[in-house]
Design a binder for this molecule. Structure first.
Ligand SMILES: Nc1ncnc2c1ncn2[C@@H]1O[C@H](COP(=O)(O)OP(=O)(O)OP(=O)(O)O)[C@@H](O)[C@H]1O
Ligand SMILES: [Mg+2]
Length: 340
């Protein structure tokens, strides 16, 4: 029997599905002994060590903006993940991995190689928005246009789809991490306080917004004064969030417009009646759908289960290749990759 896994190898989270079940949902992180390289943890345990390790331990996120930045570490992490879900049946496993829609040849190869090295037999790559549409059960095999915007941590993937394939797509390095970085910059500028990415992310999830909230919220947090170097407490509210996050939200809107401008007018006509679907963890930012609606004039809806639909789509696509018509969607073995 062959084991098939669908993998959403995200900048921040890796989700693996087998059939309809989510079999792994972990942060994309790894930690190891600095001198020996020995693995300490892969996944959420490693993520919790980020920025808090002694010199003898190194913890990193091996992906940056949706592609592998540290190959050996990504391979070890993937190996640990696949072992934990496969009960040593990896010699038979086929995997389908979601990748940013306009990924170039070198990062594609890195993902293929990391999967083979982690034990997979055959590997197929699929663009994130295509996987998201399949995960959402949208029929895009007909000549009717659909637009998907996946706001992840490292990339926002924007694509128009029709007749089982991509029509136009763009992947930009502006997503959830860019929102958190904008909060870090705002707090430094307005309060002279330096905070780390974890704190910025926590503030974003607690009170982040790009339109006014019905009730103004405030959080109190701590950082380091950039001049004195001493700990400092500060208070920040939702109105300040709107100011801090505006530019990043605009960058995403402009990229969506850019993709629509390059899409044939008939497909844009379909989109005008059906609207835009938002997926990815970044779509949970309060007001993001309304912000995009105001900018584009299109109806925008956040998908149910926005963080899982890409992984679910990859696992569904493995069993239903007929959904994928226009593109190079085939399982490739290591030999084939080496020969090309
Ligand atoms: N409630 C929330 N409000 C704002 N942002 C959120 C919320 N929940 C999650 N996020 C953000 O969603 C992002 C993670 O989303 P997701 O898991 O889709 O990314 P990823 O797949 O790992 O990244 P990528 O697709 O870019 O490679 C993070 O930046 C996280 O801060
Ligand atoms: Mg993603």
């Amino acid at each position: 029997m062959t084991t098939d896994f669908g993998i959403d190898l995200g900048t921040q989270r890796t989700v693996i599905c087998a059939g309809k079940s989510v079999v792994l949902d972990e942060y994309t992180a790894i930690s190891y002994e600095t001198h020996t390289g020995e693995l300490i943890a892969a996944g959420t345990d490693a993520y919790n060590m980020l920025g808090r390790t002694p010199r003898s331990i190194t913890a990193v996120c091996p992906l940056k903006n949706g592609i592998i930045a540290e190959y050996d570490l990504a391979e070890s992490m993937l190996c640990a993940f696949l072992k934990s879900v496969a009960n040593n049946k990896m010699f038979k496993a086929r995997v389908m991995v979601a990748v940013p829609s306009d990924i170039t040849e070198m990062p594609r190869r890195s993902i293929y190689n990391a999967c083979y090295a982690a034990g997979a037999r055959d590997v197929c790559l699929i663009e994130t928005p295509v996987a998201a549409a399949i995960g959402l059960g949208i029929d895009f095999t007909t000549p009717r246009g659909v637009v998907i915007v996946d706001i992840g941590a490292g990339t926002t993937d924007i694509a128009t789809l029709s007749m089982g394939g991509l029509v136009q797509c763009e992947s930009i390095p502006t997503a959830g991490n860019a929102f958190s970085a904008a909060i870090e910059r705002y707090i430094k500028r307005e309060y002279n306080v330096l905070i780390g990415p974890h704190t910025a992310e926590r503030i974003k999830k607690q009170i982040g917004c790009v339109i006014p909230r019905p009730l103004e919220l405030t959080v109190t947090s701590k950082g380091r004064n950039q001049f004195s170097g001493m700990p400092q407490t500060f208070e920040i509210n939702t109105n300040e969030m709107i100011t801090a996050l505006y530019d990043t939200a605009m960058t995403i809107c402009k990229a969506i417009s850019g993709v629509l401008e390059k899409t044939p007018p008939d497909i844009v006509g379909d989109i005008a009646s059906d609207g835009v679907l938002l997926t990815g963890g970044g779509s949970a930012l309060f007001g993001m759908a309304s912000f995009i609606e105001n900018y584009t004039g299109l109806k925008v809806r956040v998908a149910d289960n926005p963080k899982l639909c890409v992984a679910k789509g990859t696992a569904t696509a493995i069993k239903n290749f007929d959904l994928l018509k226009n593109g190079d969607y085939r399982f490739k073995s290591l030999d084939e990759i080496i020969m090309n």
